[in-house]
Design a protein around this ligand. Structure first.
Ligand SMILES: *Cc1c(COP(=O)(O)O)cnc(C)c1O
Length: 396
């Protein structure tokens, strides 16, 4: 008999929805024409890209001419950061971001530092929130870009993006946000929030991997990241990933349609899971904010005295898929930069577990996790020298 799988790692990636796949399929086979070619069979693929572009633009309230397709979220982040830095280097070389960005953004910033730019990494508070006064104070005459993620992939913190957008507009500084975790889960509106550039990806919203988009507000000067042919109005070279782009369009359309209802449903499950864990397992803390400053499907907790890796293996044995830190960093022994930034010590941050909920998860599955998790934690603690020392010292 097949083992039941309880997938709770939707922030790492999702499967491709049936309807999305169905929409993509003809673009692998029948409609294969290169969108840049002149013959009539290419018109079909060119049209499909235009339709997908309109769908993405509707989801973020931009004009469709402001949407550029990329090969995913990390590319969009890299393009935004490097493209703005080099296009505006004559005006200034200072960039402001946060300590809890995705590695796609942080490592691009570190690379820029090696190439003559200066980057300020803002601290966040114990919930992972940026202090807008600290942001204001960090702005200098030569600041050219502020990049602050919309919602955090590890601990689910939703930043005050509208407020940040207002500050940047007032100071005439370009504002980029990585909205990969936000899009399709919470409302995103580039006009209302004064966002100049925004990254998104398909594979976190039931679309295919390896495709995403960068929104670039009309009139923003930006250098190319990928040089070559004239695709994407000469801003992003390379023959278009037509099936992927069609998939992104369909996925984002469905995600927006379902957003209100699904985020309510996930919030209920999230609360049940968080409360259930905190009530039944001692020496456990919730990472990230409570309530509506948290992504609907995000649960992140630390169990003291044990290692995340052990928890993941034991959960996997029960058919439960979760993650420790984020997918990109687990496997490495370094503790999560996000957990360290919200003030956790190395030891505690090693015992973290992220469960990120999505479409297939039910109350029954939440109950299953709540049944399996406490004995796993107890067993691991009983094998832990840290737990042994702690008990011997008399539970202080
Ligand atoms: C997943 C993710 C990315 C990277 O997107 P890819 O499409 O995997 O390159 C960037 N930022 C955040 C916040 C993410 O969650």
């Amino acid at each position: 008999m097949d083992k039941k799988i309880v997938y709770m790692d939707y922030a790492a990636t999702t499967y491709v929805k049936e309807e999305v796949l169905k929409e993509m399929m003809p673009y692998f086979t029948e409609h294969y024409g290169n969108p840049s070619s002149a013959y009539s069979i290419s018109r079909e693929t060119k049209k499909a890209i235009d339709i997908a572009r309109t769908k993405v633009s509707k989801a973020i309230n931009s004009d469709s001419s402001e949407v550029y397709f990329t090969a995913g979220g990390a590319e969009a982040d890299n393009w935004a950061i490097k493209g703005i830095a080099f296009a505006h280097a004559n005006k200034g070389r200072h960039i402001i971001t946060t300590k809890i960005e995705h590695h796609g953004l942080l490592h691009a910033c570190e690379w820029l530092e090696k190439n003559g730019f200066e980057v300020t990494y803002l601290d966040v508070n114990e919930e992972g929130l940026v202090d807008v006064d600290k942001l204001k104070a960090a702005i200098k005459d030569d600041t050219i870009l502020v990049s602050i993620m919309f919602a955090n992939n590890e601990i689910g913190t939703i930043q005050p993006i509208k407020e940040i957008g207002e500050i940047c507009k007032e100071k005439k500084i370009i504002f980029h946000t990585d909205a990969v975790q936000a899009i399709g889960h919470i409302p995103v509106d580039v006009k209302e929030m004064n966002i100049d550039l925004l990254s998104l990806a398909a594979h976190k919203i039931y679309g295919p991997k390896g495709v995403g988009a960068l929104y670039i507000r009309k009139g923003i000067k930006i250098d190319n990241l990928i040089h070559g042919g004239g695709q994407e109005r000469a801003r992003r070279a390379g023959t278009e990933n037509v099936p992927g782009i069609v998939g992104l369009g369909k996925a984002i359309e469905i995600a927006i349609e379902n957003m209100e209802e699904e985020s309510k449903r996930l919030t209920v499950l999230r609360e049940k899971l968080i409360n259930g864990i905190l009530e039944t397992i001692p020496y456990t803390r919730l990472n990230g904010p409570k309530g509506d400053k948290r992504l609907p499907g995000n649960v992140n907790v630390c169990f003291r005295f044990i290692e995340g890796e052990g928890i993941l293996l034991s959960l996997d044995y029960e058919g439960i898929c979760g993650s420790s830190g984020s997918a990109c960093t687990s496997g490495a022994l370094d503790p999560s930069h996000v957990l360290l930034s919200i003030g956790l010590d190395h030891e505690t941050s090693h015992g973290s577990l992220r469960l990120s909920l999505g479409e297939t998860n039910t109350e029954e599955e939440v109950n299953y996790v709540l049944e399996k998790l406490p004995p796993i934690i107890e067993r691991l603690r009983n094998m832990s020298p840290l737990w042994y020392d702690f008990k011997k010292r008399g539970e202080k």
